[in-house]
Design a protein around this ligand. Structure first.
Ligand SMILES: Cc1cc2nc3c(=O)[nH]c(=O)nc-3n(C[C@H](O)[C@H](O)[C@H](O)COP(=O)(O)OP(=O)(O)OC[C@H]3O[C@@H](n4cnc5c(N)ncnc54)[C@H](O)[C@@H]3O)c2cc1C
Length: 436
């Protein structure tokens, strides 16, 4: 992979993926008024996948993006390609949605990593995809049965997971800290921003347009058409997909009330000479802690840099304060014998979530849809949701979607609960979770 720029010295408060992206931006500026079949708002995985799948089916669309492609979570996440729900087990989804609908939903998630790899292959995307598998580890005895159930349930749904012998776990993970782990086999990591830009390249290669720096200023209906105004021009379309992961700058209050919003911090070290001693030797299989209340995720990139996501410190409203201290402490406890690491980059992003941490697709009005709420596990799921939109639009039938499309459902006190989790929940977890 060729870095787009080699900084003379690392810029601490920068998104590492942006500094080392192999793909390039493919947006154009918006100067005219356009008519299209579908206006997609937001150039992240959901929006670009929707547009790409529409283009593959010869359907016309335009993507409007407030910043550059990948400005949101898709360009700043932890790159973990994991086909599972953030918190729910596959059987819980079937109990909640009914056997048939739940089965379709689980199938969508189970096949989502294969969808991502198909796109990367078909469009020769330079996304540093590594299908290494991923270890999910149990930090205490109580977490073990849930992990075992996860392994059985997903393996039964074409998403193979293996369970290493207990005696093999320290060698497999490179740490004595965990008593049990499972390995998702057909999964791995990628460069999240390069994948986003690769999606944009694939879409524009099929004739699509990504109009960057073009935030909508108004959205309204004239007859059967949806009109989206920006400062630079107007788009009219049959359908609008608001693929902003629930962010609307207050312009769609009904959608604003449907999600909680939480910050996540990312850190990246200097290249680690002893990378082979992390994650159990040369395999460099990434490690996630199955404790979804206090997530911990490590991966080693192609240059042997350690990249980790962690809870942010409460320094400012974005949770952007220097998070090295907390990650250092946790890392030291999981890998006590490693020499001191130097940290080069830190950045942060926001995730949106729902009470059950499952994503939703809302029909805000006729032919106006909004997905979101991937809860920190949206990489492949968002791509899969984009494909479902293309199916819905091609058939003019919402029932063909594997993810149910429902009326908007407000969550309880979205702002207050998000603030409480950020300001009280995260700090309390850090204090109380003695494992770290
Ligand atoms: C720090 C972090 C780590 C994560 N790690 C992982 C991981 O390891 N694995 C995983 O599966 N998931 C992970 N996630 C979650 C995953 O990144 C997201 O679920 C996914 O990227 C959501 O994609 P999206 O296209 O729906 O939203 P986004 O990527 O946020 O895209 C929305 C786009 O809409 C644009 N936009 C916003 N408002 C407007 C507006 N008003 N007008 C026009 N455009 C607008 C934004 O600029 C953005 O480009 C992580 C998220 C974060 C923040």
């Amino acid at each position: 992979m060729t870095p787009s720029a080699q900084p003379s010295r690392p810029n601490e408060q920068a998104n590492f993926w942006k500094v080392f992206a192999a793909e390039r931006y493919h947006g154009v500026s918006f100067t005219a008024s356009l008519r299209t079949r579908v206006t997609v708002i937001g150039a992240g995985y959901t929006g670009l996948s929707t547009a790409l799948h529409l283009a593959e089916n010869n359907m016309d669309s335009v993507v409007l993006e407030a910043g550059e492609g990948g400005a949101g979570a898709s360009g700043r996440n932890a790159g973990g390609l994991l086909a599972k729900w953030p918190d729910a087990a596959a059987e819980e989804i079937e109990a909640k949605y009914g056997k048939t609908a739940g089965h379709r939903l689980n199938g969508m998630v189970a096949s989502s990593v294969r969808l991502v790899t198909r796109i990367i292959d078909d469009y020769a995307t330079n996304a540093d995809l590594r299908m290494s598998g991923i270890h999910l580890a149990a930090h205490n005895r109580r977490a073990v049965p849930r992990l075992m159930a996860l392994a059985t349930q997903w393996s039964d749904r074409s998403n193979p997971i293996s369970v290493p012998e207990e005696s093999a776990i320290p060698a497999a993970l490179g740490t004595e800290r965990y008593r049990m782990a499972v390995r998702f086999e057909q999964t791995g990591t990628l460069h999240p921003l390069s994948f986003t830009l690769g999606l944009a390249r694939a879409y524009t290669g099929l004739g699509g347009q990504v109009l960057t720096n073009s935030a909508p200023t108004a959205l309204f209906k004239v007859g059967d058409d949806w009109i989206v105004n920006t400062e630079k021009g107007t788009l009219s379309a049959e359908y609008v997909i608001v693929a902003t992961d629930g962010f609307t700058n207050g312009r769609l209050p009904a959608l604003d009330r449907c999600f909680y919003r939480l910050p996540v911090a990312m850190v990246c070290s200097s290249p680690v000479l002893e990378a082979g001693s992390i994650f159990g030797g040369s395999s460099k299989i990434p490690l996630g802690d199955s404790n979804s209340n206090n997530p911990l995720w490590f991966l080693i990139d192609h240059n042997s840099r350690l990249i980790a996501s962690t809870l942010p410190r409460r320094r400012n409203r974005a949770g952007d304060g220097n998070p090295y201290q907390s990650i250092k402490k946790r890392f030291r406890r999981v890998y006590p014998s490693l020499p001191k690491l130097d940290w080069d980059y830190h950045w942060s992003g926001h995730i949106t979530t729902t009470p059950d941490r499952c994503p939703r697709v809302f029909e805000l009005d006729r032919r106006l849809y909004a997905p979101g709420g991937y809860a920190g596990q949206g990489l492949s799921t968002a791509v899969a949701v984009g494909k479902e939109f293309a199916k819905v639009i091609a058939s003019s039938n919402a029932a063909v979607s594997d993810i149910p499309i429902t009326k908007p459902r407000a969550v309880v006190w979205p702002k207050m609960i998000s603030l409480a989790v950020k300001s009280i929940g995260f700090p309390a977890l850090r204090l109380l979770d003695r494992f770290y």
